[in-house]
Design a protein around this ligand. Structure first.
Ligand code: AMP
Ligand code: ZN
Length: 472
């Protein structure tokens, strides 16, 4: 497969270090609040990458951290402690906040059919490992103590800005966020490995270390959790594009300084989900969550479908209108599958199966082109293959796409069957009249018809997925 590598700025053939196996690391969430649907765009696209690698027969081991300590509001080691901020906001301890939002994150992932990585490690469970790696960095002369904190010395590296193409503004992380730069740093790009002089008097989580009581910086967790679980060499590292600098740049600096050789071969960065007014961000306080989508009547998998219709290396604009368009297309897609679920089982047409599977495989094999993969789904439906072949292909594709296409179609077919059978013709007729009245915007008549339907013992509801009729 071809995969765009942020390190080389081009698409490359993906060749795992060990034939048949892939080691994959993902930066996990900072659990001080709910994940917003922008964060989840990154996790959806990373999920697709993992599942596609498995689809091609590779054995993937995927590891993810949970950031429950050390992440400040500015990625340049300044600003407030995000976890403390969350704890204060909700009058809870940091660990209570971490537990609550970790659970909430995985609940959201489940609703979006995002697989939980094979290994998930909260940063607070790896403190000894961070201290061990930081000690080695000190011994090797890559780290220094200043003002009570331990910093990584970026001037010791031949090349620090590994991802290149960053503007001056991108590099000025501390300044950009309007907070004071740290005067202890020898070089502007140096970063904290261990804090002992916390500027937060009420710092809750602290551990003994050779440098005094304190807590780790944000970046060290991912290097340590990855190296400990996936070894000295990593095939793919993923994250949102904002992680490239400084987080991933710092991860590379400290991992390679520690190991003494190159560390990760491919860097996969998902571009942002933006709102019409700019980047979606948790710290802005107003953000969209999976629960909000559900409250508004959207099926979370419609959001997954919405994400699949655009490429992960392009930013994507979220608006309710755009999501409504996705609802319409998704419903039409499921409706096309419904009749297939009613056909008797037959023989799989091998030639058609292979041809159609190949085009799906080629779409994703070309740098995870998910919108072309969705087109491959429509191609299956348009093809001359029999229903059994089509359903087999859709189920196969769904191991990657994760849209529950056949399951939803079967449920719709069953619901239609039972409603047609159980609901009196008189009620169904009134429902049809009501639909027409609503279409004509004759709401008075629509209300009147609803009352008539209710008088016959049925309740009619318009949802984004269509009209629902239930017995009262
Ligand atoms: P955080 O919980 O802030 O550590 O972020 C979790 C993941 O979401 C990281 O991989 C970020 O790079 C990613 N991310 C943050 N904001 C967005 C966004 N607006 N769109 C897509 N991904 C994002
Ligand atoms: Zn990370």
């Amino acid at each position: 497969m071809q995969l765009y590598n942020s390190l080389s700025h081009k698409k490359e053939d993906f060749i795992p270090r060990e034939a048949g196996k892939v080691s994959m690391y993902t930066c996990g969430p900072t659990v001080y609040h709910y994940a917003h649907i922008g964060n989840l765009r990154s996790y959806i696209m990373e999920d697709i990458l993992e599942k596609y690698l498995r689809f091609t027969g590779l054995d993937v081991k995927r590891v993810m951290n949970i950031t429950d300590v050390g992440h400040l509001t500015s990625d340049g080691d300044t600003g407030d402690d995000k976890m403390l901020k969350g704890a204060k906001r909700e009058h809870k301890t940091v660990m209570e906040i971490a537990k609550f939002y970790t659970d909430a994150f995985f609940a959201d992932c489940a609703k979006l059919n995002i697989k939980t990585p094979d290994v998930v490690v909260p940063a607070t469970t790896y403190i000894d490992e961070f201290i061990r790696v930081i000690s080695v960095l000190m011994e090797k002369g890559y780290a220094y103590e200043a003002g009570g904190n331990i910093y990584f010395d970026t001037s010791k590296l031949d090349k620090y800005y590994v991802f290149g193409d960053l503007s001056e503004e991108d590099l000025e992380v501390g300044v950009r966020e309007g907070v004071e730069a740290d005067g202890n740093k020898r070089n502007k790009a140096d970063f904290v490995l261990w804090f002992t002089k916390s500027k937060f008097d009420d710092q809750e989580l602290k551990w003994e270390s050779p440098w005094g009581v304190g807590y780790p910086g944000w970046h060290i967790e991912c290097s340590c959790i990855s190296m400990k679980n996936l070894g000295e060499y990593l095939d793919i590292h993923c994250g949102g594009i904002d992680n490239a600098f400084p987080h991933h740049t710092n991860e590379i600096a400290q991992s390679e300084a520690y190991l003494g050789h190159e560390w990760c071969n491919y860097w996969f960065h998902v571009h942002h989900l933006n709102t019409t007014s700019g980047k979606m961000s948790k710290s802005k306080g107003e953000f969209l969550t999976v629960s909000l989508l559900e409250e508004k009547g959207y099926d979370p998998l419609v959001y997954r479908f919405f994400c699949l219709n655009s490429h992960y290396r392009k930013s994507l604009v979220f608006s309710w209108d755009n999501l409504d368009n996705a609802v319409v297309s998704f419903n039409k897609l499921i409706d096309k599958i419904v009749p297939l679920t009613q056909e008797p089982a037959g023989e799989i047409d091998k030639a058609e199966y292979d041809r159609l599977r190949k085009s799906f495989d080629e779409a994703l094999g070309n740098d995870i082109n998910t919108s072309l993969a969705v087109t491959a789904v429509y191609d299956v439906l348009k093809s001359k293959a029999n229903a059994t072949t089509k359903l087999a292909l859709l189920n196969d594709f769904d191991t990657v796409l994760g849209l529950d296409m056949v399951k939803k179609a079967a449920a719709k077919a069953e619901a239609a069957g039972s409603s047609a059978a159980d609901i009196p013709a008189e009620v169904l007729e009134l429902v049809e009249q009501r639909k027409a009245a609503r279409k004509d915007k004759n709401f008075a008549l629509a209300d009147e018809l609803r009352d008539k339907i209710a008088a016959l013992g049925y309740e009619v509801k318009e949802t984004r997925q269509g009209t629902e009729i239930n017995k009262i």
